[in-house]
Design a protein around this ligand. Structure first.
Ligand code: BES
Ligand code: MN
Ligand code: ZN
Length: 496
């Protein structure tokens, strides 16, 4: 999507469609009265018939208003004035992005009276781009064509002094949404098109395009690094593992970095502890954490976030074979701890163990890890939010603040000694499976063993990585959840 900017009266916008966001109303506002007059009473007719009252999700179209250059006027409901927040705009424009009248227009303008807060146009643009997301690259013929004709959009504001804010908000929204589209695209790509080496190639390509530093550790180097936990996952597959390192230098060279670690399991069969066939195909998305880290690094570079940020992605394919790790095998992680692999399907924490330990080499000021780690999240927050855990209250509350601003909800869980006990093995230092009780927390308790002397937060995005039915700006399928959250936390970052 290409954006242009204008100031002036809505009547003068020479575009095919002009869009207004309208809060729920009981009587016609000044603006609606003007529109009503210009459309020979269409607004009051729609209002009286309760077809358009400004309710969240409503969209109505007015045609051929005399004094308007635009052929159609599109009204989008924001919902009750009391509860309007950024997400009201995101949702409204998400719906708008699939509205046929707009998609079918050759030119369109979104109109604001004024812009006091640049996060409003930002949310509008995020909703528009995210709501229109479709993965078409594997379709052929007509199915591969995007029916959306609109490739350029004018952002228009009445108040001239708001223009800078409108521009800034729009640009920010577009960069963030494009980052999240990248996350969705990667997470939605099937495992035969995205193996660990292919993921590493993609990271290199993105790094070149957006000016990130990128280093790839191949199997030999991973062996030299003694990442035995990561290798125990990849050894069953013909696909070799990769360890991807991305760096964004937005701060002074002396500033300690914030490190992000993302689980990059390009396909999770469960290994010898094989998963049930029913939903196994969904495990192509088991590199969702890695995709979020990649998207966040690209977005940090494009926004010029003023922090030093390192992205680490341990990547492997979890397959059953004659070479695969057996249940009961004991493996040694990079930090020297021994792990009894009770269940080869608890592979994500093995990758993260070596990833978190590797973070030590960057002397980080804080570390986030993000992973589709445990199915048990379904019974905690469902599809509605991601459980978080960690060792630093301040860091966790930063994530909760970022969640409020981005509508990517998170909620903290404790890690208690009982959960730590669950992860002890009778014959090794640790076991990789704590059984059914508190499955999400016990995974966190396992990870804690690989955390250094730094603030750490763990985000479990299993089940929020995929939207089951479709929401206004989150079409059914991969969501990219976590990228807006991390970008927001990093944008507002202050020393802990
Ligand atoms: N990738 C899965 C977790 C998952 C499940 C993500 C469903 C999204 C949807 C992970 O590797 C896994 O299999 N975890 C096991 C751990 C158990 C064996 C201790 C789980 O959650 O069942
Ligand atoms: Mn698994
Ligand atoms: Zn997994």
């Amino acid at each position: 999507m290409n954006f242009t900017y204008a100031t002036g009266k809505p009547e003068d916008c020479s575009v095919e469609s002009i869009v207004f966001f309208v809060p729920e109303f009981k009587t016609l506002s000044k603006q609606l009265k003007e529109l009503d007059r210009a459309t020979n009473g269409s607004v009051s007719t729609l209002f009286e018939a309760e077809e358009f009252t400004g309710e969240q999700g409503q969209i109505s179209q007015l045609m051929n208003a005399d004094e308007y250059k635009a052929k159609r006027i599109i009204l989008v409901g924001l919902g009750s004035q009391k509860s309007i927040d950024h997400d009201s705009y995101r949702k409204a424009s998400g719906r708008l992005s699939r509205h046929w009248g707009l998609m079918n227009s050759q030119s369109a303008s979104i109109y604001f009276d004024s812009v006091d807060d640049l996060t409003i146009p930002q949310a509008v643009v995020e909703g528009l781009i995210l709501g229109a997301f479709k993965q078409l690259e594997f379709k052929t013929g007509d199915g591969a064509k995007d029916k959306n004709k609109l490739t350029s959009l004018q952002m228009c504001v009445g108040d001239r002094r708001s223009l800078k804010r409108l521009e800034k908000g729009t640009e920010r929204g577009a960069i963030i949404a494009e980052g999240q589209v990248l996350v969705r695209t990667l997470a939605g790509t099937p495992a035969n098109y995205l193996t660990p080496p292919m993921l590493a190639k993609e990271a290199q390509k993105l790094a070149r395009t957006y000016g990130l530093k990128c280093k790839i550790l191949d199997e030999k180097v991973i062996e030299k690094e003694k990442m035995g936990a990561l290798l125990s996952v990849s050894q069953g597959s013909v696909e070799p593992p990769r360890f991807i390192i991305l760096e964004h230098q937005g701060g002074k060279a002396t500033q300690k970095p914030i490190v992000l670690v993302g689980k990059g399991v390009t396909f999770d069969t469960g290994g010898i502890s094989l998963k049930n066939a029913l939903n196994m195909h969904e495990m192509k998305g088991d590199m969702g954490g890695a995709a979020v880290v990649l998207g966040t690094m690209v977005t940090a570079a494009r926004l010029g976030i003023s922090q030093n940020i390192v992205g680490l992605i341990p990547s492997a394919e979890n397959m059953p074979s004659g070479h695969a790790t057996r249940p009961g095998d004991i493996v040694t992680s990079r930090n020297g701890k021994t792990i009894e692999v009770i269940n080869t399907d608890a592979e994500g924490r093995l990758l993260l163990a070596d990833g978190l330990d590797y973070a030590n080499s960057f002397d980080p000021q804080a570390v986030f890890d993000i992973a589709t780690l445990t199915g048990a999240t379904l019974y905690i927050l469902g599809y509605s939010g991601a459980p978080i855990m960690g060792n630093n209250e301040k860091l966790l509350s930063r994530l909760r603040e970022a969640a409020d601003n981005t509508a990517e909800r998170v909620w903290p869980l404790p890690i208690w000694d009982d959960h730590r006990k669950q992860m002890k093995s009778p014959i090794a230092d640790l076991t990789n499976s704590g059984g059914r009780p508190a499955g999400t927390i016990s995974a966190g308790a396992f990870l804690e063993n690989f955390v250094g002397d730094w603030p750490w937060a763990h985000i479990d995005i299993a089940y929020v990585d995929v939207e089951p039915s479709g929401k206004p700006y989150v079409p059914k399928g991969v969501t990219g959840f976590g990228m807006r959250l991390l970008v927001e936390a990093l944008t507002n970052w202050k020393r802990l």
